[in-house]
Ligand binder design. Sequence first.
Ligand code: PGA
Length: 255
Amino acid sequence: MARNLVIGNWKLNGSLAANQELLSGLIAENQSSQVPPSSVEFVVCPPAIYIPQAQTLLNGTSISWGAQDISNESRGAFTGEIATSMLLEFGCRYVLAGHSERRQRFAESSALVASKALAALNSGLIPVVCVGETLHDRESGATFNVISEQLEPLLAQLNPHALKGIVIAYEPLWAIGTGRNADGNTVQEAHAYIRNKLAQVDLASADNVSILYGGSVKAANASEYAAQSDVDGVLVGGASLVITEFLSIGKAFKS
Ligand code: PGA
């Protein structure tokens, strides 16, 4: 069984004061919850400059933290980049790789995303590899081909034993930040396809890989996703900035 993950992707949002309020609220509520924390893991991914703040506030709690992106390079003349070793120094456990905003707005190819995910894995971070189709892809029947092409460069290079160290997030672009969420059946179908692709790398580990859904997830629709057999959590953008929303989403995944 894959573990349930509820990851907040803060994107380009936050301030020292706003983060303090959000994280303090999460910690307080999470600690007072009656459900054992091990049944769902909360993760926050703030902008990189706020990772030390997240570490200070979250150290010793059950909430993990991570980054929204990393370099595939380990050191050198790469202005503006951040290496996996640097994230590890600040206690990060997760890093997103290939979010659609990186693929589309920063022209990240699936080959680059694969090398970022491998750099994360090799350093001991858990990469959350994001895939998903555009509305045009879906309407032209290309959804599975697109997901396949996005995963191939990674799966081709992945040591089968390393498969259990990755997380996949299925995020159809037409559902991100649009308020238009995918229905449970559509998500289950895509997740089952992804799990089947992972099983081709290593049958024994595929069931243990967490496959998350992302795209306009909120408290009101989280349980629809939690009810799907191949949905092992969610990657949440906008709603992760609202304490009550993020916690209710988490509760939907507490078994
Ligand atoms: P959203 O973003 O929840 O605001 O749609 C999800 C994401 O981009 O990860």
